[in-house]
Design a protein around this ligand. Sequence first.
Ligand SMILES: *Cc1c(COP(=O)(O)O)cnc(C)c1O
Length: 385
Amino acid sequence: MTDFSGIKTPAYFYDLDLLRKTLAVASKEADRYGYKIHYAIKANNNPVIARTVSDHGYGVDCVSGNEILRAIDTGFPAGGIVFAGVGKSDEEIELALSRDIFCFNCESLEELKVVGETAKRLKKVARVALRVNPALKADTHRYITTGREENKFGIVLPHLRQALDYCKESPEIEFTGLHFHIGSQITSLEPYKKLCDMVNRIWREFDISGYGGKMINLGGGYGIDYRHPDTNSIPGFSSFFSLFADNLELPGGTAVHFELGRSLVGQCGRILTRVLYTKKGAGKQFVIVDAGMTELIRPALYQAVHRIINVSSPGRPERYDVVGPVCESSDVFAKDILLPRTLRGDMLHILSCGAYAESMNMNFNLREKPGSVYFSEGEIVKGGE
Ligand SMILES: *Cc1c(COP(=O)(O)O)cnc(C)c1O
């Protein structure tokens, strides 16, 4: 049993052994088909985590200039960086060009022109993939939130031809292929099957090979099991990648890239927090902990469910709402969950906090940034060394 007693809370806690194991499984499964994985660093830009991912030979997916700088600082080669996002600023585009990144994922005609003009001015050639909004209908899965027509992401099909022609006519743009991203926390493979069908059709109908396309980037968004993180800590990468191998029908030699964030790092992290107070409300009991929505905003932002355990108390189970100290009514981690009888000073762990927790940390209420603690080769190491 690990001894957490000396750790100042709240803290982000990372199991680097589990992270390394997850990374090894994902790359082994991707290697079977020659697929290339880019780590979506927005999921967690903690330098120890990013360094561990880059050590395993991954590329990286960045959505800001600062993420590009962090990626390079933590060992990712510039030649493995893809730069996505609907709102790249002029400075960020210049930075990316000056670092000779692998590829821009362009999301609008206007952005494409700015990238082209900037490349011309800097006497560079911009490698560009066009992010397509595949207008996948909502009947697939409710978590598909970025690939519908009403979402802000990507170029809609009626504008794709014009974007392809623009690339063809611009010597400062090297068209590489297409990029798709249909959403996040997708736990069923069905939406990806539909995506493959869509991709096959678009590739043919628009004659992407004729425009020089030789790469496809199928985004990320593969989900993790937030309800059973202990028994299901490594996502099913084998069935994930084999689905694409079975369903993509692209010309031989087309490179297939993925951008995975949550599925690589989500389960290796947890938040350690101590109970400040307990109190009874109208028909309920509250546990007030020293972590809040500032450390983990997912429950407040999209009603995300995270398992919470009490590692101090062996008591009989009772029902509690677990809430943070922040002055917002939405600062609630869980409602009506069973925990062993919980007392002031107990330590709780909020599980599955490796992705979109530390990277979304904020200092609302002027709260301090928590420290990070790492677990490696069977023991707790403070600085990750
Ligand atoms: C966020 C994002 C990803 C990663 O999503 P996960 O759900 O963390 O796997 C991949 N590609 C793009 C374009 C993204 O915006």
